[in-house]
Design a protein around this ligand. Sequence first.
Ligand code: SAM
Length: 461
Amino acid sequence: STASPFLDPGPLTTPGALALVHLSRDNVLPVYLSNDSGMVDGYAEGAVINTRFGSFPHSTLIGQPWGSQIRASIVDTGSRGRKRKLGNFTDVDAAGNDTEAAASSTSNTKDVKTAATGFIHILPPTPEIWTSSLPHRTQVVYTPDYSYILHRIRARPGAQLIEAGSGSGSFTHAATRAVYNGYPKGPEDRRGKVWSFEFNHDRFLKIRDEVQDHHLNGIVQVTNRDVYNDGFLVNDESPEAECIFLDVPAPWRALPHLSRKKPTQSQLASGGLEPLKETSSEWKSPLRADRTVHICTFSPCIEQVTKTVEVMRRLGWMEIEMVEVAQRRVNVLREKVGLNMPSERGMNQSPRNVAEAITRLKQIDGRFKEFYKDKQDTDVNMDDTEAEKKHEGENKDNDIVESNADLGRSPTVKPWMAGRLVHRTEAEIKTHTSYLVFALLPREWSEEQEAAAFENWPCGK
Ligand code: SAM
């Protein structure tokens, strides 16, 4: 089968490939590139992406190295006013909104010429970008959480990983890349696989189609299942999993199915759990017997954590630990304040009116010219810290030079050096903060194995 674009996109964009069109940091558009020529949806150029930054016929996006910057083309955007399907034709503005309304407000005619105004970047699909552009059907697990989770549950090439529920498939894609080990080289070689379970039928169908479209068949197996009641066997076969991730409202209800042996009635009753459903076939563990199994559960409330930990303890899980990932993005930038100079009202006071602002700008400009009159281009090859120190040292009693640099008009200070260096944490962070409970279940160890180990042990007798 064709390699998945998520795992091996190849060097160039190709017809039919899933591409992520990067419009801005927070606006990435998934598009299937189409090489249909001639009229497509009324467009003479074939499929076209229309954005606020210009129009991009798919023909200009195909055969490009991934990551390329693509300039807008001047195209006849033809008949507007119809909803076009994603991947063939898409009209979006920079905020990701459909631009049909915007277009019709600027023109009543059907033939709108769009000027070449900007550019986009064409990126290969990765789990990280997919997470920020995927169609949200549920809350999703974001990159800061899943990168840490996958590391802690030891998801690695060749691993068998159980996931419930699949939700919008954000975690699924990241897990797939973590367990992917190419194609098996021999009969002993087990292919890494994500065993994903979802009980909502619509979501199950969507993720199943997505797996198909992204060529992840054989690496992801999605099952429509209520894991609380029906566990994790697939067609009565054990996934023999060694990594588990549970993102369901009551993870403790799924835990009895994730045992090495069938839990006893008293174990279940003491944890406040229902008896397991009787099945005609013999109880089987979905876990790999000869390896330690690592689990993570993802819950937004501490009450869910308490319940999960209690049931984990009763079922023999060890090294139970809770972690919360609190990721913050720190923006470091230069702020062009410009007017931070002494005034009769004190240092760094904003001007009260335009006249005062102009007077101050003139003062700044004058002192700025004075300062740089004899100064050679000394700062420009220094790194920020050195330059910063130098400014601080030279101008201890004179904030104005720094203010002049703030204006960015210095012939000697490079634009990126102009302004005061500040850092701020971003208010809006795209992580759904939840509590992560980690635990492990040691490998199975029987009386016979113990006896054999003792027998072979040099000091055993
Ligand atoms: N981790 C997913 C992602 O990154 O996109 C999001 C999972 S979403 C928060 C939780 C999902 O669990 C929902 O789609 C829900 O339908 C599913 N779910 C809830 N209870 C379940 C159960 N008993 N068995 C299987 N799936 C279940």
